[in-house]
Design a protein around this ligand. Structure first.
Ligand code: PLP
Length: 421
């Protein structure tokens, strides 16, 4: 069968596809189930699930609410009362100067990135220079890599690496090398960053905001793990919005990935554009997340839940995972990116004799799924050994599995360094 160029592009061997495939398969290794440390599934936070369960039951018991849940299309901008409640909350709690006209819902924030990237980058109306997307931080989210309708949409620069005490390191944006030329249509950064757990500092963010304003292009802040919710941030960081920023939020990492609800906070014209795209692509965004979470948005509880429940849940898991790495990887050249947010440890094995993709395959044979680090450098053309020396491991699942998984990874990596594998 012959596909169009678009078809080719959307069906090619994308990193995100192999990652989601791995996530869905939950393959067995011998008699043991595979230890899933690859994907981005959030952990199960029982208290949060209980709140959602009772809310769903209450909706089901109210005929009118139940009808709204399943029986009508939402407007293409998204469920109206959720949007109004959220705008009021963000205005009151964060001081953001916004109203309902600044918010659009999408079927997951992944869909929002598809729309936003192709809105601001690609062939422009005048048919002149093709605009690109600048990712100022590398490594960056694997899920961006294949979202462009045209090829070669991303540009990035190598980060600076700060070596820290205790076997940690941290990437910083290299502002000296960062070039925002006339060919850049938009800048985008995830904060916290997937895959590293890096949180760009307030000062770095302020410089990016200034650069974007100077160039008169928008800056997208992907806050899927961040502030003001779900709040998976373990260092000081301030959530920001202004007219030139596009802040993307999501209900997924709170614990609702299956309801596919993304939230874009942006200036009115951008919200109108996304609303039109929603209508064309899917008539209207999903109602489910907005209905389930509407009440905790309206009463403001969502912020406290992030701060008092979700954040401590993941911070504890992160600290446990770091302690296991310390114990299991003793004597192995393994550095951990300073885990400042999200739910991943980014491990760097300097001068590893094999590539991270080969390591991923070996680990899969040993019953542990991780993600090879090389996928996370979209737009970084130059050869850089470092790209093949890192893996991402997720610590959101059961502590015992994480302990076993990390022990297996350490065993395999040790043998590789000792040339026994
Ligand atoms: N942004 C980042 C950094 C992510 O890690 C993810 C998912 O893992 C997304 C966006 C998309 O999330 P969703 O489409 O579930 O909102």
């Amino acid at each position: 069968m012959e596909f169009t160029r678009f078809g080719q592009k959307m069906t090619a061997n994308a990193g995100i596809l192999s990652l989601m495939d791995d996530l869905g398969k939950a393959t067995a290794c011998g008699s043991n189930p595979m230890i899933m440390m690859g994907g981005g599934n959030p952990g199960q936070v029982p208290e949060f699930q209980e709140i959602m369960r009772s809310r769903l039951m209450a909706i089901c018991q109210d005929r009118q609410l139940f009808h709204r849940l399943i029986g009508g299309y939402a407007p293409p901008q998204g469920e109206k009362s959720f949007i109004e409640g959220l705008a009021a909350l963000l205005k009151k709690e964060q001081g953001w100067d916004i109203g309902p006209e600044n918010i659009c819902l999408t079927n997951g924030s992944q869909t929002a990135f598809f729309m936003l990237f192709n809105l601001f980058a690609g062939v422009m109306q005048d048919g002149g220079v093709e605009k690109k997307i600048c990712l100022p931080m590398a490594p960056e989210y694997i899920g961006y890599a294949d979202l462009g309708l045209t090829d070669g949409l991303f540009v990035t620069t190598r980060p600076e690496i700060e070596l820290l005490d205790g076997g940690f390191f941290k990437y910083h944006i290299d502002f000296d090398k960062l070039k925002i030329g006339d060919d850049i249509g938009v800048i985008c950064i995830s904060r916290p960053t997937n895959p590293t757990g890096n949180v760009v500092t307030d000062a770095e963010l302020a410089r990016l905001i200034a650069l974007a304003a100077e160039r008169e292009i928008p800056l997208i802040i992907d806050s899927a793990y961040g502030l003001p919710f779900p709040g998976m941030v373990y260092c000081a960081a301030r959530p920001v919005w202004n007219d030139n920023l596009i802040v993307c939020l999501s209900l997924s990492k709170l614990g609702l990935p299956a309801v596919r609800t993304g939230i874009v906070v942006a200036r009115k014209e951008i919200v109108q554009a996304l609303t039109g795209m929603n209508a064309i692509m899917s008539l209207s965004p999903n109602n489910f997340g907005a209905m389930l979470a509407g009440q905790i948005v309206e009463n403001g509880e969502i912020i406290g839940l992030g701060r008092d429940l979700i954040q401590p849940f993941y911070q504890t898991k992160m600290e446990r995972a770091v302690a296991v790495v310390r114990e299991q990887f003793a004597g192995i050249p393994c550095r951990i990116h300073k885990p400042e947010g999200a739910m991943f440890l980014w491990l760097w094995f300097e001068d590893l004799p094999i590539t991270s993709l080969e390591l991923y395959r070996l680990l899969k044979d040993h019953g542990v799924l991780v993600v090879s680090g090389h996928y996370f450098f979209p737009g970084l053309g130059d050869e850089w050994k470092h790209k093949d020396e890192c893996i991402r491991v997720t610590y959101s699942q059961g502590d015992e599995d994480i302990r076993r998984g990390l022990a297996i990874i350490a065993g395999v990596v040790r043998q590789i360094y000792e040339k026994k594998l």
